[in-house]
Design a protein around this ligand. Structure first.
Ligand code: PLP
Length: 400
């Protein structure tokens, strides 16, 4: 019954989800407190109190048709204006509501923009390691994902190789900073060079290339790290934002696209994206959540909690002897496997009831991803288990 296009998706069902199921199985046998599940990026920090207050006030005080009714497929005008003004205050941009399209999270935002711009066999370039769904999203619209291999020294994008991979078929580039799974943040210098390369290539091929900045982790940056606003570096940039992580609302499905005036044919692209949002079946982003984010536009969940987790886990892993680039943002660590086949390393971890995701799920074998959006206590309790795994490989503690 199922379509040919669905078959590979069913067969390659996400390793991350599979791990999550494994976690539940192990917890049923050994007790949840004896299983260290670092597989999913499901925030454990609660949504800020302001979110709960906003929900109560909105349902009690705003007219029902405003809270639960249909609205423009782009979203409520006042919500979009509030978001535009918040971005302008924080990043010195000049957006207005006509640049903001409310979406059903970043996943839907990525699909909306890809459906809007891709023709058959168009190429979309991204950098390994990358969020595994990019491949599926690009294939939804019959595009081809071209992956620039990782620079495993720094996990910053390899821009020379990137430049070589761009062809006259390149329609889009997806970047993700702060990054899942490495936690690196692209600096101003990197984004400046990336923008220069794209401008040169547009000129050389006489094409338009859209830089899609997927940034659900924008607010999750540590040690005062700056996350530069990507529209400043290249005219054809679209921002894909989500409140899943910044407000700990992943199940509520709320985010937005920014389609700036500087983008070529900006109005036409915006209108087409609104239609894409409709015809893909989302119709509009959830109305209650739109009204909530308007009231919480400058709020975040407790990001310091993730920072405490980051420091504890990083120190513990280094002391055990594991190698890892210290993440500057998001809530993931990408740790080098002590043996070439990281799937075997995942199995060794599982024997100690530790669940981590193989790097091959992010097109970067030889590494594993650890999601540290878990309780501080889980990390503390897991460290002796990590130490035992390290001892099994004969690892020696590393300097900080
Ligand atoms: N992009 C990246 C890099 C992610 O890590 C995720 C979720 O983990 C998403 C997009 C999807 O986020 P959302 O919940 O907003 O759809």
């Amino acid at each position: 019954m199922i379509s040919e296009k669905m078959k590979p998706l069913v067969n390659n069902n996400s390793a991350i989800r599979a791990m999550f199921e494994e976690g539940k199985r192990l917890a049923a046998i050994y007790g949840a407190e004896n299983v260290y599940d670092f597989s999913l990026g499901n925030p454990n920090v609660p949504a800020p109190e302001a979110v709960n207050e906003a929900i109560c006030r909105i349902v009690n005080e705003e007219p029902s048709v405003m809270v639960h009714g249909y609205m423009s497929n782009a979203g409520f005008e006042d919500v979009r204006e509030a978001i535009a003004q918040s971005l302008n205050r924080r990043f010195g941009t000049k957006f207005h509501q006509g640049n903001i399209l409310m979406t059903v999270g970043a996943a839907s935002g990525l699909n909306v923009i890809l459906k809007t711009i891709l023709n058959l066999q168009d190429q979309v370039v991204t950098f390994a390691p990358y969020f595994v769904e990019y491949g599926n999203y690009v294939r939804n619209y019959d595009g081809i994902l071209e992956v620039v291999p990782a620079d495993t020294e720094t996990f910053q994008p390899d821009l020379e190789e990137f430049s070589r991979r761009i062809t006259d078929r390149t329609k889009a580039v997806i970047i993700n900073t702060p990054n899942n799974p490495t936690g690196v943040i692209y600096s101003e210098a990197v984004l400046t060079r990336l923008g220069e390369i794209l401008t040169e290539k547009e000129k050389k091929f006489g094409t338009q290339i859209v830089l899609i900045s997927d940034e659900p982790y924008r607010e999750l940056a540590y040690d005062g790290a700056e996350v530069p606003y990507v529209t400043k570096f290249y005219h054809n940039t679209v921002i894909c934002y989500s409140y899943s992580k910044s407000l700990s609302l992943p199940g509520e499905r709320i985010g937005y696209l920014v389609i700036p005036d500087e983008l070529t044919d900006s109005k036409e692209v915006f209108n087409a994206a609104v239609i894409a949002n409709r015809v893909m079946g989302a119709v509009n982003a959830p109305s209650l959540m739109q009204r909530v984010v308007m009231r919480c536009v400058d709020e975040t969940a407790d990001i310091e909690a993730y920072d405490r987790n980051r420091n504890l886990l990083y120190r513990g892993l280094r002391e055990a002897g594991f190698e890892c680039v210290k993440p500057q943002g998001a809530f993931y660590m990408f740790v080098k496997s002590p043996e070439p086949d990281e799937k075997k390393f995942c199995e060794a971890c599982k024997k100690e009831h530790i669940l981590v995701v193989p790097g091959s799920s992010f097109a970067c074998p030889g590494y594993v991803r650890i999601s540290y959006c878990v309780s501080f206590d889980q990390i503390r309790r897991s460290l002796p288990a990590f130490k035992r795994v390290a001892e099994g490989y004969g690892l020696k503690g590393l300097e900080d």
